[in-house]
Structure formats: structure tokens, C-alpha cells
Ligand binder design. Structure first.
Ligand code: SF4
Ligand code: SF4
Length: 334
């Protein structure tokens, strides 16, 4: 796989970035497939890997990174507000991933210039780390077009936005605004790599079209791949433009356990406004209309499948971030 410049950051990356959220407790990862899948991806030319403090998977990634026979461009992210927390996040990533330098550090999930302003001390600490040479580039990840524009305005090096053909996880009619924002970021010289091309797995049945659309935007695309089969299929797609047919893996869904106390912390944590508390228990709220991508699926007892009747879909992208916020450990993506 040929690498390309990631904007003006000075980094060169493969057009396919390994998104490591599937190897996280947030996605009920129980071990076993990560090292093999990552090693295969590196053998096939993937040199770009995305993780985050929130994923709690540094120890899982460390061994495959240590054995990689090529230089891997590594991103991590932090929710830090303060200088001290940002410094700790960089040091934790360096120590736990066994790397002197983390290539890219992002402020996680910034919605706009207002949220970015709230993280100013953390941003300053990341720039100091860049000046010291412990990171090479600074940026943000975002689910909002306003977040991308904030990165452009602030002159950051990298932006990691959500984009998919169905607009899943974006505000209603947000896809066009996100496309415009990404174009502005690329034109301003930022390195842009997108996420959620398959909407957390909901667009799996139309993956060929979804990936064909998503690869047109930005310099690289982060894709969560669970095993060697998915890695090989994704690399084939990036090399030939055709996605091989895959054995359908089990569709994932959000599970909220019956002991939910209704505290609402998950509702606040969800970046997509997908949750609500009704009658003292959390659940997915009524969906947005999605045309052409959904096959109606039944909602089972206690298992909330975002695909609901009549082609209406909840904006949940199965990221699992709500699970990290739940004090009762009720939520899992399974
Ligand atoms: S998994 Fe949770 S946090 Fe992520 S989009 Fe779905 S409801 Fe929101
Ligand atoms: S955070 Fe956990 S306990 Fe609180 S409402 Fe959400 S699922 Fe229920």
C-alpha cells in the first residue's frame, strides 16, 4: 500500500488506518485476535494506527507494535482539559505503548471552537510536547462539522472527523456540511483522516458503496477491523476498489443491562444524542429517518438494535463511549 502525505504534518500514511476500537473493553473485546490482525495489516502495508486513552487498549497493541517490521504512525487521543492531564496522557501513551514518540495526539471529541477553547490548557500542553519532540502533530477528533472548522481556525495539524454515506452519527442533513468542512481542512493543509465509514457496522450490507464514498474524503480512513479476514478484505478494497465478499459476522448491538439505575450519565456521554432515560431506565431514543440503507430488524428483549421498523434508524454508531461513563457497568456493545 503506497503511503501519502498527511496534509502538511510531515507524516506519510497509508490510505487505510487501523482503527483499534474493536480491541477495547468498550466493544467487549475478550482477547485473542488483535495481535494476528494487526500483524497482518502491517505486513500488507498499513502503517497508520489509531487508538485513544478511552479505549484502554495500549497493552493489547504494544506487542504487535513492538514486532512491526515497518514504522507505524501512531495516534492517540485524550479528553484532558488541564495541562497536567494532557501531560499525563502523553506520558501514559509513551510508556504503555513502548514508544518514545507518539506521532499524533488529538483532543478527543471536540464539537466546536467553544469546546476547544475549554480545552486550551490541554492544547497548550500538547504543543509543548510537540516542541519537546515527544509528539509530532497535534489535532482533534470530532463528530461535528463545527469541530473540523475549529481545527482549521486554530491552525491544528490534524483533524479526525466522522463521515459516512448515510450521515449516521452526524446531525440531520449534516453530511454536506461535513464534506464542506473537510474540503476546507484539506485546502488549509491539515492532515485529515475520517472515521465511521460503515457507521459502526450499520452500513455493512452496503459496505462496497459506503467505502467507495468514504475513501474520497481526506487523506486516510480509519476502519475498525476485528480479524485477519476483515483486514485482508479492507486492504484488497484499497488496492483494487472492490471489496471481497465476507462471511457475515454477527451484527453488533447495544445492550443495556436490567440493573440500570436511570442516572443519565450515559445520556450525557453520548456524542450523538442517541440515548434517553424513560421510566428510570436508559434506552435508545426514537430514530432519524434513513433512506435506502436499513433492513428492518426486530428489537429483542433487553437488546436494543438501532435498526428499527420502517427504515428509521437511531443515530447510535456503536462506539461504546456511553459504556465508559456508566457507573453501574450496564452498557456493552456486543
Ligand atoms: S454506543 Fe453509546 S455513546 Fe456510542 S453512539 Fe451509541 S449510544 Fe451513543
Ligand atoms: S449510565 Fe448506566 S446506570 Fe446510568 S442511566 Fe446510563 S445505563 Fe443506566
Amino acid at each position: 500500500m503506497t503511503t501519502r502525505p498527511l496534509g502538511k504534518s510531515g507524516l506519510f500514511v497509508s490510505p487505510l488506518c487501523y482503527g483499534t476500537l474493536p480491541f477495547s473493553p468498550l466493544q467487549s473485546y475478550r482477547g485473542g485476535t488483535a495481535e494476528q490482525a494487526l500483524t497482518r495489516a502491517f505486513e500488507l502495508g498499513v502503517n497508520f494506527l489509531d487508538t485513544a486513552q478511552l479505549y484502554s487498549n495500549y497493552d493489547i497493541l504494544r506487542s504487535a507494535l513492538a514486532k512491526a517490521k515497518r514504522d507505524i504512525v501512531l495516534t492517540s487521543k485524550t479528553y484532558a482539559y488541564t495541562r497536567e492531564d494532557a501531560e499525563r496522557a502523553v506520558e501514559e501513551a509513551r510508556r504503555s505503548l513502548g514508544r518514545d514518540v507518539i506521532d499524533i495526539f488529538l483532543l478527543h471529541e471536540q464539537e466546536s471552537e467553544h469546546t476547544l477553547r475549554g480545552h486550551a490548557p490541554a492544547l497548550e500542553a500538547l504543543y509543548d510536547a510537540k516542541a519537546k519532540g515527544t509528539i509530532r502533530a497535534v489535532g482533534l477528533s470530532t463528530h461535528r462539522p463545527e469541530g473540523v472548522l475549529a481545527a482549521v481556525k486554530a491552525g491544528l495539524d490534524i483533524v479526525h472527523p466522522l463521515l459516512n454515506i448515510a450521515g449516521l452519527g452526524l446531525p440531520q442533513n449534516g453530511r454536506a456540511a461535513m464534506e464542506d468542512a473537510i474540503t476546507a481542512a484539506v485546502n488549509a493543509g491539515l492532515g485529515v483522516y475520517t472515521m465511521k465509514a460503515l457507521g459502526g457496522g450499520h452500513l455493512w450490507r452496503d459496505a462496497q458503496n459506503a467505502l467507495t464514498y468514504a475513501r474520497r474524503w481526506g487523506h486516510s480512513l480509519a476502519l475498525g477491523m476485528r480479524d485477519v479476514q476483515e483486514v485482508e478484505a479492507a486492504v484488497t478494497f484499497f488496492e483494487t476498489g472492490a471489496l471481497p465478499s465476507l462471511k457475515e459476522s454477527k451484527p453488533r448491538s447495544l445492550h443495556i443491562a436490567s440493573w440500570c439505575s436511570g442516572c443519565g450519565k450515559c445520556v450525557e456521554a453520548c456524542p450523538n444524542g442517541a440515548l434517553t432515560v424513560v421510566d428510570g431506565r436508559a434506552g435508545l431514543r426514537a430514530g432519524i429517518e434513513l433512506k435506502g440503507f436499513e433492513t428492518p430488524e426486530r428489537t429483542q428483549e433487553g437488546v436494543y438494535d438501532p435498526r428499527t421498523e420502517n427504515g428509521v434508524c437511531n443515530p447510535c454508531v456503536l462506539c461504546g463511549y456511553c459504556g465508559a461513563a456508566c457507573p453501574e457497568f450496564c452498557i456493552k456493545v456486543v
